[in-house]
Design a protein around this ligand. Structure first.
Ligand code: SR1
Ligand code: MG
Length: 400
């Protein structure tokens, strides 16, 4: 870490100026640090003509906790390389990386200034019809073209090695699969649902299924995941959406990415029981969210199946019965990981605004309880639910 130093706004401006052709020698730059994420510094650098770029720097610790939680700055390499690869596979829906500096753990990227963070928009009750179709395209393309269906064995193994990402994976292994199911000091449990959380710690049937899902996360390098597809990692406007923040990327189970996103849409669905008091408005937004959950899976499945049947390079994996079984297993994994996301965002370290911004404690507790209940059922019933329509029926049934 010899050349590493934590960036000031001056450093960020110099970095942006040096590595972009956009600003020119005599540009007058200004800069603000506006990162509010869990891990990094994020600067916006603007010139006198209003052109702007983003500089993101990995800190040697987790920003949300502080220096007591050291964290590798190697995550900046993972982020840059995953985004570069995903952008080749799905240019429309992946943010553009312009430069990466290994010693400084810094990335220069496009500023999505005409976009907003999807989570903030969904909490405000905004709707985007292109959300699910576009995200399904992103997931189908990035996951298919980095899988064994598309890569040769040696190439795939080289990439698995390139994206091992053990420290960031360990965060997910702990926060997603371990902490919520025991009395861990990192958990963050609101008093209204203390007893419900306690039940998780004694729920052996649930814990056995979570163990199986965790084993899949640990040992199934199916494709190069984004690794953190929550609605805070997605920027959106009226026409398009783009993924950012791929520092958790690694070769893992395909259902983890699809399930994380599905879980976040469901968290917003449940949050609106407390966020929106007008019944008609709430119903409209919740119907919208369920239609997005449905379209996300249907479109993802359609596109992934098409790719498997038209583009598969590996003769043995061209078998159509195998491909059918494969996509069915991805569906089951998707439900399981979506269930884990619902639970960990409710009682674990990293909460979401969809639940936390419900101002009335009783209403928040009701939404959180629904999240725990739905998460549990998705995990337990994932092998019996026959299709996405049955999942939606379950969601509607459990809301009462
Ligand atoms: C300490 S990191 C907490 C969470 O933020 C990231 O976005 C991941 O979701 C992680 O679990
Ligand atoms: Mg992030």
């Amino acid at each position: 870490m010899t050349d590493y130093r934590t960036f000031t706004t001056d450093d960020a401006m110099r970095f942006a100026d040096e590595h972009s052709g956009l600003f020119g020698d005599h540009s007058k730059l200004s800069c603000e640090e506006f990162g509010d994420g869990n891990l990094n510094l994020v600067f916006r650098v603007i010139n006198d003509k209003g052109t702007s770029l983003i500089v993101k720097q990995a800190l040697p610790y987790a920003r949300c906790v502080g220096e007591s939680w050291p964290l590798t700055i190697e995550r900046a390499r993972i982020e840059a390389e995953v985004l570069l690869k995903h952008r080749k596979l799905c240019p429309d829906h992946t943010v553009e990386v312009l430069h990466y500096d290994a010693a400084l753990a810094a990335i220069l990227m496009e500023d999505l200034k005409d976009y907003r963070i999807l989570r903030t928009e969904l909490v405000a009750g905004k709707q985007f019809l292109h959300l699910a179709p576009q995200l399904a395209t992103y997931l189908a393309n990035t996951l298919y073209y980095t899988s064994d269906f598309a890569l040769t064995g040696p190439n795939k193994k080289q990439q698995v090695g390139q994206f091992l990402n053990p420290e960031l994976c360990l965060i997910t292994e702990d926060l997603f699969f371990t902490d919520p199911y025991c009395n861990h000091e990192r958990n963050n449990i609101h008093s209204e649902i203390r007893n419900d959380a306690l039940q998780l710690w004694h729920d052996e049937a649930l814990q056995a299924e979570v163990a199986q899902l965790k084993a899949g996360f640990l040992s199934q390098p199916q494709a190069l995941l984004h690794g953190d597809v929550h609605t805070g990692s997605i920027f959106i406007n009226d026409e398009n959406c783009k993924l950012i923040d791929a520092e958790f990327g690694f070769y893992g189970p395909i259902g983890f990415d699809v399930g994380s996103l599905t879980g976040n849409l469901l968290l917003n669905y449940l949050g609106h029981f407390g966020l929106t008091q007008d019944t008609e408005t709430r119903q409209r937004h919740q119907d919208y969210l369920l239609s997005q959950v449905q379209t996300l899976w249907q479109e993802f499945e359609k596109q992934f199946k098409q790719l498997m049947s038209n583009e598969c390079r590996e003769p043995t994996l061209q078998n159509s019965l195998y491909q059918q079984r494969f996509i069915q297993q991805v569906f089951r994994d998707t439900l399981g990981y979506a269930g884990c996301e619902l639970i960990r965002r409710t009682v674990g370290l990293a909460h979401v605004a969809d639940l936390d911004s419900i101002s009335d404690g009783t209403l928040r507790g009701q939404s959180e309880r629904k999240a725990l209940k739905l998460g549990r059922e998705l995990i337990l019933q994932r092998n019996e639910l026959a299709g996405i329509d049955q999942v939606l029926t379950l969601v509607r049934y459990l809301q009462n």
